[in-house]
Design a protein around this ligand. Structure first.
Ligand code: FO1
Ligand code: CA
Length: 329
């Protein structure tokens, strides 16, 4: 959701000409996490791809931040009446159509990237023409699982799918480990490495650094591509003060032993000059005291307001991120 909102603000900034060094006909390629995906009721559901697609295509439910606007829930209610589990994960009636199309195309042999392209013809092309390209990070099945305490089991822990951790358990149990099944043997989807290599600038949005950006960087070849691109790489902190703005980054950072702070996340990505992936890192104005730690590690850093309250505020964040790494023309 952080990523989708950020892209929306970025596109608004491009359209209004308020981004330094960015032409009005700039192309945006979005590489989305697909490790939140899962199979449910026989359907392949890709929450992050769909959240970006529905948000940019003006079909998102703005209150929930996921699923379709003006949604109804007859399918969910009927499934519950049959006693079909899980009842805690809801597929809306409108949303189901997306999953039916996707699953049919996958069954017919199309890779996820081709399916995504087909779905985007409905959602992105009418609104954005060919300005925006949405790519899954990989065509392979990759799924994030979370280890939670389970005193009743011999090992004392149990592993659940990310969706079960987030939706059923509301991320209320501590995450003891994050296991991304299939990540090591996955390959980047067509266009992913090319987009990074050929970009003029790479933006890391204020998304979850572990289960969103972290999984994308973990697809073999992606981290190296980000390290090798001639484009500057700049990111925005999803942590303000000692908490995430929305989501469960706190739990996920704790699981991997990273300090829950804007500097902690920036230093964990690391400066490209020191073997990491970033050239610049933007933190919230309330974390101004962390800028020195970041610059000492070789990052360009600045503190600005980082709340995506509306498109203008988000475009201003994108502008500040670009200003960190793009030299004035
Ligand atoms: N989030 C919920 O809190 N409850 C749900 O029942 C639920 C269903 C759902 C269906 C399709 C979809 O694309 C997203 C859905 N989400 C739901 C959101 C999703 O669990 C997460 O917010 C993302 O995976 C985190 O990025
Ligand atoms: Ca996600």
């Amino acid at each position: 959701m952080g990523g989708a909102k950020f892209i929306q603000g970025l596109l608004h900034g491009i359209a209004t000409g308020s981004l330094p060094g960015v032409a009005p006909d700039a192309q945006v390629t979005v590489i989305a996490n697909t490790a939140d995906d899962w199979w449910i009721h026989g359907l392949k559901v890709c929450p992050d791809l769909d959240t970006v697609m529905y948000t940019l295509g003006d079909g998102i439910d703005p209150e929930r931040g996921w699923g379709r606007r003006a949604e109804t829930w007859s399918v969910k209610e009927e499934l519950a009446s049959y006693g079909v589990e899980p009842t805690w994960f809801g597929l809306g009636d409108r949303d189901v159509a997306t999953h039916l199309v996707r699953t049919q195309m996958l069954d017919a042999g199309y890779p996820l990237s081709a399916v995504t392209k087909a779905l985007c013809r409905r959602w992105l092309t009418p609104v954005h023409g060919d300005t925006v390209t949405l790519l899954p990070m990989s065509d392979d099945r990759v799924e994030t699982h979370v280890a939670i305490p389970a005193p009743e089991t011999p090992s004392g822990r149990r592993v659940v799918h990310f969706q079960e951790y987030w939706v059923r358990l509301r991320a209320e149990l501590p995450a003891e480990a994050v296991v991304v099944v299939g990540l090591d043997s996955s390959t980047p989807a067509p266009g992913v490495l090319e987009a990074i290599a050929e970009a003029d600038v790479v933006l890391v949005p204020p998304s979850n650094p572990v289960v969103s950006v972290g999984t994308i960087l973990g697809v073999p070849g992606v981290r190296d591509a980000v390290r090798a691109t001639t484009a500057p790489v700049v990111g925005l902190s999803p942590i303000v003060g000692t908490s995430h703005v929305r989501g469960m980054a706190e739990q996920m950072l704790t699981a991997i032993g990273v300090e829950v702070s804007a500097a902690g996340v920036g230093l964990n990505y690391g400066a490209r000059s020191g073997g990491g992936v970033l050239d610049g890192w933007l933190v919230d104005e309330r974390d101004r005291d962390q800028v020195d730690r970041l610059t000492a590690a070789g990052l360009r850093a600045a503190a600005v307001p980082l709340m995506m309250t509306d498109h203008d505020a988000t475009a201003a964040m994108a502008a500040a991120a670009l200003a960190l790494v793009v030299d004035p023309a």
